[in-house]
Write a protein that binds this ligand. Structure first.
Ligand SMILES: Nc1ncnc2c1ncn2[C@@H]1O[C@H](COP(=O)(O)OP(=O)(O)OP(=O)(O)O)[C@@H](O)[C@H]1O
Length: 229
């Protein structure tokens, strides 16, 4: 579903690579944790998959397509297949919960009847039934992240990329968010999640890919956060 072939990314001439000859593949339906210290290259990895950045060398394939070969005007079509969730939720603060999720369908031209049925279904799935009319500031952090996940998933993307989705949440709330991501993964959605959250990684026992200074130093099935534990 996602394949990197000898991918390097150098942002500034002479700087050390943010990613250094990474080759790896994520199969359809997998759940992968991307771990590593701050600055190890996790966000760069996610940005390359979204084609927000281009590799300095090597190739990135998403759903069988070489991202260096798709033209700029087709990039939005690529991104329709990829939901994104971030640490800081990125909701529209003056829009209701319903509208925050609906917008993801409206911008890709889905008809009103589709929006009116799919948004409530998705809000129910993420545990927000009854909160459609709230504004983001009337929700807890965990609920705001659920809205962001609903928005990312409402179009049923093949891939969900999550960059520190539990970074602003307490441990109990984080567990709830992980249960939800696990459910989404079970629907067949491939998930790649960058995280520092060792407790979550240790609990979930999913594949763990570790980056150190842009190099992939570990790729472990049913892994833990730190290698030797
Ligand atoms: N737009 C940019 N321009 C220049 N350098 C960048 C840019 N984005 C990232 N870098 C550098 O690339 C390296 C990897 O950064 P990246 O954000 O991918 O790491 P990260 O593992 O996601 O870190 P964090 O956990 O802090 O988000 C760092 O040295 C960073 O300073």
């Amino acid at each position: 579903m996602i394949r990197l072939e000898k991918v390097s990314k150098v942002y500034a001439r002479g700087a050390r690579p943010a990613l250094d000859r990474i080759s790896m593949e994520v199969e359809r339906g997998e759940f992968v944790f991307l771990v590593g210290a701050s600055g190890s290259g996790k966000s760069t990895f996610l940005r390359l998959v979204l084609r927000e950045e281009r590799p300095t060398s090597g190739s990135v394939f998403v759903a069988g397509r070489d991202l260096s070969r798709i033209s700029q005007w087709k990039v939005p079509y690529l991104r329709r297949q990829i939901g994104t969730v971030f640490q800081d939720f990125r909701l529209l603060n003056n829009k209701t919960v319903f509208d925050n999720v609906a917008i993801a369908l409206q911008v890709i031209g889905k008809p009103r009847h589709h929006v009116m049925t799919t948004v409530p279904e998705t809000l129910e799935m993420v545990g927000l039934a009854g909160k459609e009319k709230r504004l983001p500031h009337e929700l807890s952090g965990g609920e705001q992240q659920r809205v962001a996940i609903a928005r990312a998933f409402v179009n049923r993307p093949a891939i969900l990329l999550a960059d520190e989705p539990t970074g602003n949440l307490d441990p109990t709330t984080s567990v709830g968010i992980m249960r939800l991501l696990d459910r989404i993964n079970r629907t067949g959605t491939t998930i790649v999640m960058a995280t520092h959250d060792d407790e979550i990684v240790d609990q979930m026992r999913k594949r763990v890919v570790e980056l150190v200074d842009g190099q992939m130093v570990r790729d472990q099935a049913r892994g833990v956060y730190g290698a030797e534990r």
